[in-house]
Design a protein around this ligand. Structure first.
Ligand SMILES: [Zn+2]
Ligand SMILES: [Zn+2]
Length: 170
């Protein structure tokens, strides 16, 4: 979709948008299922430019970072984008003087592609270290067994040495 900023010149306009993002495009192989991303908000005139504020919703399934089991996730975030005309863009020197790190989308024309902004926001919303449960025991690094469900006989190296030491001291 494209945002037509011009539509908000006279009065604020409601923006409602759903985007299906193929999981393969995001370079996050742990992402298993992604529901269509949804945004609802309001585009209005600002000075200079325009501001789009609203809520951003994501949901899906992602692999547990320890045992790879699917973990459902969902989230809703308040987001805002500021669109400012490119000719108002500060020069590098000016940028150094301002401390604001507000995300600004600079536009040359009133029609701005929205999908890239949605995908960028989506990446921020994905859980970084998802866990199926807080105390997930993960996969055994030796035999690959899921230690949450299968007790395996492998021992950590440290454990073995400690056991030997204990037997010597006994
Ligand atoms: Zn897990
Ligand atoms: Zn094992």
């Amino acid at each position: 979709m494209e945002l037509n900023l011009e539509e908000a010149l006279e009065a604020p306009v409601a923006v409602s948008y759903r985007l299906e993002v193929p999981t393969g495009r995001l370079e996050r192989p742990e992402l298993l299922v992604l529901e269509p991303v949804a945004f609802t908000g309001m585009l209005q005139k600002a000075d200079p430019g325009f501001v789009l504020t609203g809520t951003f919703s994501v949901a899906g399934e992602i692999a547990c970072s320890r045992c790879l089991a699917p973990v459902a996730f969902s989230g809703t975030t308040d987001v805002s984008w500021l669109f400012a005309p490119a000719h108002r863009r500060p020069t590098e020197e000016e940028t150094e003087l301002t401390t604001s790190d507000l995300d600004v989308v600079w536009y040359d024309e009133f029609v701005v592609p929205f999908d890239p902004l949605v995908e960028e926001q989506l990446l921020l919303e994905l859980p970084m270290k998802p866990l199926c449960r807080p105390d997930c025991r993960g996969l055994c690094p030796r035999c690959g067994a899921d230690r949450n469900s299968v007790p395996c006989d492998c021992r950590e190296e440290g454990d073995e040495r400690l056991a030997k030491l204990k037997s010597l001291l006994a």
